[in-house]
Design a protein around this ligand. Structure first.
Ligand code: ATP
Ligand code: MG
Length: 572
């Protein structure tokens, strides 16, 4: 492709809308443009990258026996009402009425559509297993779209859905997808970690996420990993072995209300009462589907809101405002406690129940209660793990130390069980002629998110460093000055020769300054750069440089095509 014949609007200035380096380079390299918050246009270079990655995904899905289909982005709201998700997805779902006043939604995922597709058509176990997938636009009205393609509102996803007759068959279908995922990401040049994850709004029994570990702030997910290498989970899901480590006191003292002037935070109360943070108990007030909830955890620990949400089984969970706290507890923010609460659901972490003589808020301005003991002084509606796992905790598997890492979720796999088949009536007759709901799985890969994640992993100060497999072109061919001496003709000959060999060449035929062209080459990040300049040409040579290396190689013009093909094979 000649630069003059394509559309690559590169930008020199830093783009203030882009916080992440990958987002910055996508804008500056003329790969994408923003139309609205979380909505992007893919320009010619980006289209090629997306197509290449999508093809890797397609090949591996096909290899695993999945069948490609395309489902509409638009869906009648009725289907989502049938599964009950219409009420639970919340504002992430874009909704509208058509001209007949029929309510429609834009799909952010396709469980409803695909289950509707097969129900009634699949009647016998003989038609199973089945795996249907698509590479399709998704729409989610994300609360905080950010980081360019990483968290868009409109984005591309590969989503696959499996249908099986029994658990054994399902286990095979699930494993086939997990294996395909590892191959997909490896082919795209990244290695991923498979971690346990929360099932979230998808529901179902269990789930895994595929994470690209990164050191930058692009890693929106925190992963808890065992140093023994046998446990990895998203922090939303991660559990840990008993972490109390605190000897109970043998004598329980009488409670006492004490003054804690100017002390509302854990640090302040700890200093004021001269009590370690782990002997304070935090009472956090939430509003869960409009009902007040008090969540109690040890003062030195953090709450895991996902665990709390799961324990409550609620749809919306929000921290209470100071006014709501005053209303429901009778005291101000910072001084909440479980004693004397009325009509507030109390959820207590097990780490609190084994503490003795601890401190809680007194639901009164600048007052706390000391020597509080669970069961003697207050009770829980439910005792359940709601504490966030942290580095230094012990692995639930074998007690090995846990560490924290950050990552980008590029894919996931869900064991859905019969959640969707039961609610939508997708059943089949088993070997004994008995009607059963189909066992389902669903599997996503963020196509556009992964492509940007690759850049987050592979770049330098000057631009992108594409792995060959998804680079928009293989070779960036640059005559320093196309009008000078033999540069133009040599470039033309090379361009033709390489193209005939099936090499994808971007030929920078612009009449731009050499410096501009070289900077653009670094920014775009194609794997191999070929520079044609007067000096080396006088000796019958041209210069070749891999984007991933600093070494410049001089190769003979006469044998250049062969040498470039060979050199390209060494590119990562
Ligand atoms: P997240 O926790 O990041 O919001 P999710 O759990 O909502 O992701 P899924 O519903 O399982 O994600 O979607 C499957 C895949 O689609 C994800 O693994 C991710 O790669 C991609 N994806 C999800 N949301 C977005 C988004 N807003 N923009 C781009 N890609 C996304
Ligand atoms: Mg999401």
């Amino acid at each position: 492709m000649r630069w003059s014949a394509t559309y690559i609007p590169t930008l020199r200035e830093r783009q203030s809308e882009a916080e992440l380096i990958s987002h910055q380079y996508l804008l500056r390299g003329g790969y994408i443009r923003r139309l609205a918050s979380g909505v992007y246009l893919y320009l010619p270079l980006m289209q090629r990258v997306i197509d290449k990655f999508a093809n890797i995904v397609r090949e591996e899905m096909n290899r695993a026996g999945a069948l490609e289909i395309t489902m509409s982005v638009l869906c009648p709201a009725e289907l989502w009402q049938e599964t009950g998700r219409f009420a639970t997805v919340g504002k992430e779902q874009m909704r509208m009425h058509d001209r007949h006043e029929k309510e429609m939604v834009l799909c952010g995922t396709h469980e409803e559509t695909v289950t509707d597709l097969v129900r009634g058509e699949i009647r016998s176990y003989k038609q199973l297993p089945l795996n249907l997938y698509q590479i399709q636009v998704k729409f989610r009205d994300e609360i905080r779209p950010r980081f360019g393609l990483m968290r868009g509102r409109e984005f591309l996803m590969k989503d696959a859905y499996t249908f099986d007759a029994d658990e054994e068959s399902f286990a095979n279908s699930y494993q086939a997808m997990v294996d395909a995922y590892f191959r997909i990401f490896e082919r795209a040049g990244i290695s991923v970690e498979k971690v346990e994850s929360d099932t979230g709004a998808m529901g179902g029994k269990a789930a895994h996420e595929f994470m690209l570990l990164v050191d930058t702030n692009a890693g929106e997910e925190t992963i808890i990993v065992s140093t023994a290498g046998n446990y990895a989970a998203n922090v939303e899901k991660a559990t840990f072995a008993d972490a109390t480590g605190i000897e109970p006191e043998s004598k329980l003292h009488a409670t006492e209300v004490v003054d804690t002037p100017n002390a509302a935070t854990i640090e302040e109360v700890s200093a004021c009462l001269n009590v370690p943070a782990h002997k304070l108990v935090k009472t956090l007030i939430f509003i869960a589907d409009e009902q007040p909830v008090a969540a109690l955890i040890r003062g030195d620990r953090d709450l895991n809101e996902v665990k709390l949400k799961n324990a409550l089984g609620c749809i919306e969970l929000e921290m209470a405002t100071p006014d709501q706290i005053q209303n429901h507890t009778g005291g101000p923010l910072g001084f909440s406690g479980p004693i004397g609460l009325n009509n507030v659901r109390i959820i207590v972490d097990p780490m609190v129940t084994t503490l003795t003589n601890f401190v809680v808020g007194a639901n009164a301005h600048e007052k706390h209660i000391i020597n509080v003991n669970y069961e003697r002084d207050f009770n829980a509606d439910e005792v359940v793990d709601i504490t966030r796992a942290s580095a230094g905790d012990k692995s639930p598997i074998d007690g090995a130390p846990l560490t924290e890492k950050s990552g980008i979720e590029v894919g996931n796999t869900f064991m859905l069980g019969t959640k969707y088949s039961s609610s939508l009536g997708a059943t089949f007759l088993d070997k004994n002629g008995k009607e059963q709901p189909i066992i389902m799985g669903s599997y996503g890969v963020g196509i556009t998110r992964t492509v940007q994640a690759v850049i987050e992993k592979y770049h330098d100060d000057a631009g992108i460093i594409w792995p060959k497999a998804i680079a928009p072109y293989h070779v960036h061919l640059i005559p320093m000055n196309i009008d000078k001496g033999e540069q133009g003709p040599v470039a033309e000959t090379l361009y033709r020769g390489l193209t005939e060999r099936g090499i994808e060449v971007l030929f920078d035929d612009r009449r731009e300054r050499a410096g501009v062209k070289l900077n653009d080459a670094d920014l775009l990040g194609l794997p191999l750069r070929i520079v044609i300049g007067d000096k080396s040409l006088a000796e019958g040579k041209i210069e070749a440089k891999l984007r991933s290396s600093n070494a410049v190689e001089r190769i003979a013009v006469d044998t250049a095509v062969d040498e470039i093909v060979t050199l390209l094979e060494t590119a990562p």
